[in-house]
Design a binder for this molecule. Structure first.
Ligand SMILES: Cc1cc2nc3c(=O)[nH]c(=O)nc-3n(C[C@H](O)[C@H](O)[C@H](O)COP(=O)(O)OP(=O)(O)OC[C@H]3O[C@@H](n4cnc5c(N)ncnc54)[C@H](O)[C@@H]3O)c2cc1C
Length: 379
């Protein structure tokens, strides 16, 4: 259970603290790291500029298995066994070999936070000098530092690459009240030349958005147009940059987890389960260090290598991301239809899930997280 030391607003006190582990960012990645440290006995401090669960950072769609394995099912809103893909020339419905669910962000973050044991403070993280992290409320010194702050990679050494030059996509969605049965996506150049649109039903609301793999392409107008085509009002906007390339997961003694390490999957912009997955991996390495079973340097090296060992699927997905916009629309429609076979879908979606499989939650990793083996076979 997280504890809170100070209040907000005028009651905010100055921070001048020392701790064992400082986790910057209290969303998927940061809370997953904290969960793994619940039994460590270490002084763990988690910082975020907002309260836990206050600001939703995504459409909140995830393979249901991750909710089950992490005991977060109470946050689930709707579950889908099919994916409906629209293009200008066809609509296909794919029967998925596993289900996908939408969830309530605030509930999920609360449940995940309850699995950890840490002190939580709201503060804006501004930067770092060695083992000292500078915030708008003062400095915090920590033996181990985790950057789970998202794509800005605030705690990286040296200058950070900023959009539109960085390998980032951009996404924007609206959250109108309404309902639906289908998880739908649109691959349609009239909305976005390189990217896709989506509509994810989530209980009482729809999450309708457009993501562009080209960071120079503005997504507000197409997001509003897609919502209007679906006769939904354009209300409650939520958007951000989304990384689509892996970056070193360790740098200058700091663990980078989730979007700060480019852990979002390049083709689909799915970054929640990977933030959780790499968060567990970083937390397990930190646990080894805190228990005196591994040096801090070895823990960093193992985690960095674990992240880098996923380079091949990430690179493949980036290639496909770049290929799809170049395929003629009629050919794309034909290809999507051809991919409807059960065997192909089981194979493709099986491999896709393997990149960060929910079984990793309960995998036993005495010293180092190891890549789980693919069980799917070629059709
Ligand atoms: C419109 C949109 C829809 C998306 N939909 C999906 C989806 O349905 N499924 C999916 O899997 N992925 C989706 N993604 C991608 C997904 O949101 C990210 O990959 C995921 O949120 C990464 O998790 P994270 O914990 O690394 O970072 P984040 O969730 O971005 O969390 C970063 C945390 O750090 C805090 N923070 C940032 N800067 C500071 C600072 N300077 N000081 C203090 N705190 C700070 C933030 O408040 C936040 O709590 C979507 C992205 C967008 C933009």
């Amino acid at each position: 259970m997280p504890t809170r030391a100070t209040k907000r607003g005028a009651d905010r006190t100055r921070l001048d603290l020392d701790c064992d582990v400082l986790i910057c960012g209290a969303s998927f990645a940061g809370l997953a790291v904290a969960r793994e440290l619940s039994q460590s006995g270490a002084e763990v401090l988690v910082l975020d500029r907002y309260e836990i669960g206050e600001r939703q950072t995504s459409a909140c769609g995830i393979p249901t298995g991750w909710l089950k394995e992490l005991d977060l099912q109470a946050s689930a809103q709707q579950t889908f066994g099919e994916l409906v893909i629209h293009t200008p020339h066809t609509t296909v419905t794919y029967q998925l070999p596993w289900t996908f669910s939408t969830f309530d962000y605030r509930t999920l973050c609360g449940l995940l936070a309850d699995q950890g044991r840490f002190t939580f403070e709201t503060a804006k993280v501004n930067g770092r000098t060695g083992r000292t992290v500078h915030t708008d409320r003062g400095d915090i010194r920590a033996s181990h530092i985790v950057d789970a702050l998202g794509w800005r990679r605030v705690l990286g050494a040296g200058e950070n690459i900023q959009p539109p030059d960085a390998l980032l996509s951009r996404g924007l969605e609206v959250h109108p009240h309404g309902g639906g049965q289908d998880m739908e996506i649109w691959i349609d150049r009239s909305y976005v030349p390189a990217g896709y649109g989506w509509s994810f039903p989530a209980g009482e609301e729809l999450r309708i958005g457009v993501g562009s793999f080209d960071p120079r392409f503005h997504v507000r107008e197409p997001t509003e147009r897609l919502a209007s085509d679906l006769e939904a009002p354009t209300v409650r906007y939520q958007g951000n940059w989304i990384p689509h390339a892996l970056r070193p997961a360790i740098d200058d003694g700091v663990f980078f987890v989730g979007d700060s390490a480019g852990h979002c999957l390049p083709l689909t912009a799915e970054g929640i389960r990977t933030a959780l997955y790499f968060g567990l991996a970083a937390g397990r390495e930190l646990r080894e260090t805190l228990a005196g079973r591994k040096s801090a340097a070895d823990a960093l090296t193992t985690y960095g290598a674990f992240s880098a060992s996923h380079a091949t699927p990430f690179a493949w997905m980036l290639r496909v991301q770049r290929l799809v916009p170049r395929v003629a629309p009629r050919l794309l429609a034909g290809s999507l239809r051809a991919m409807q076979s059960r065997r192909f879908l089981d194979w493709a979606f099986g491999h896709y899930l393997e990149i960060a499989h929910p079984r990793y939650v309960t995998a036993s990793h005495p010293h180092a997280p190891a890549r789980v083996k693919a069980t799917s076979s070629l059709p």
